[in-house]
Design a protein around this ligand. Structure first.
Ligand SMILES: O=C(O)CCC(=O)C(=O)O
Ligand SMILES: [Fe+2]
Length: 312
């Protein structure tokens, strides 16, 4: 039985930025996860996103497959993704939909796919508004993260190229009936996120669990309870590399509970040309750099290749 965690809550609007930065630092060292409150994203907008998401996932599968994932944008059907091939052969019991960068200068041919307007007229504007709101909250949060690492507040905007961030919005739907299956089935099997930081909103249905210490066996899984009005934020692998493992990119998973569940993840990643290398403040003679520098775009591509088999 998983234990319930009490993760710290960070107030994004607090005027005491140094104290917020300190709390973020503690949370990222200890858990790699925290809640974010007063983030400025209206509850009504999230409700609309979840409602549009429900409408899309309820369409017949032939309709959804017309928008099948290409260039990591569009629809990914049930069992398409296997985040932890070692623990389950079948793939995860979830369907999802990716929306990529809205103003990517490289995206001349408009890679994003959108459901037809005559079927879901409000879908695209709703997702675009949410994407922009999350981008703004995410950048504000990253300035506090920079402060928490004693960097200039604009470090991640400057070095990570966040004037044109590579952010992906991902709508997720976990069907309620997966629990009936004989084989061990996960909503999302154990994984860490690949990028810089993830902001997650859910419909309140439980299922998310984290494992604080990925080096210990057996893994100890703890439930992350829902706190209304907050985002669940977690550190991704690229931030872990940047900080030489000072900040944890924590293993997490979604267990089926027998209840249908919707969530929306926003993965904020550095620009694809950004070189992610150990921050000088996070390494030294007694603590050498654990990772070699990588180009953000190459790293993400490789991780996605492994997750989805060889298809891109
Ligand atoms: O749906 C959730 O609660 C978590 C989703 C997740 O971890 C992911 O998409 O990376
Ligand atoms: Fe994740």
């Amino acid at each position: 039985m998983a234990e319930a965690l009490q993760l710290p809550v960070i107030d994004l609007s607090s005027p005491d930025r140094l104290s917020s930065a300190n709390s973020i630092r503690q949370a990222c060292i200890e858990y790699g996860f925290f809640y974010l409150s007063n983030h400025g994203v209206k509850a009504e907008l999230l409700r609309e996103v979840l409602s549009e998401s429900r409408k899309f996932f309820s369409l017949p599968v032939e309709e959804k497959m017309k928008l099948a994932r290409k260039e990591h944008r569009g629809y990914s059907p049930l069992y398409d993704e296997n985040l932890d091939p070692a623990s389950s052969s079948k793939g995860d019991s979830k369907q999802s939909y990716y929306v990529g960068p809205l103003d990517d200068p490289m995206d001349q041919i408009k890679l994003n796919q959108w459901p037809p307007e005559d079927i879901l007229p409000s879908w695209r504007p709703t997702m675009e508004s949410y994407y922009r709101e999350l981008e703004s909250a995410g950048k504000r949060l990253l300035s506090l993260v920079a402060l928490s690492l004693s960097l200039d507040e604009d470090f991640f905007v400057r070095v990570g190229g966040l004037d044109k961030p590579t952010a992906f919005l991902r709508l997720l739907h976990y069907p309620g009936d997966a629990i009936a299956s004989g084989e061990e089935i996960y909503g999302a099997s154990a994984h860490s996120d690949y990028g810089m930081i993830t902001l997650l909103a859910t419909d309140g249905v439980p299922g998310l669990q984290i494992c604080r210490d990925k080096s210990k066996r057996p893994f100890i899984w703890e439930d992350v309870p829902h706190i209304e009005g907050t985002f669940i934020v977690n550190i991704g692998d690229m931030m872990e590399r940047w900080t030489n493992c000072l900040f944890r990119s924590t293993l997490h998973r979604v267990m089926p509970t027998g209840q249908e569940r919707y969530s929306v993840a926003f993965f904020l990643d550095p620009d694809r040309d950004c070189i992610v290398e150990c921050l000088p403040s996070c390494c030294g003679e007694s603590c050498p750099s654990k990772f070699s520098p990588i180009r953000s775009g190459d790293y993400l591509k490789e991780r996605l290749r492994v997750t989805y088999g060889f298809a891109t």
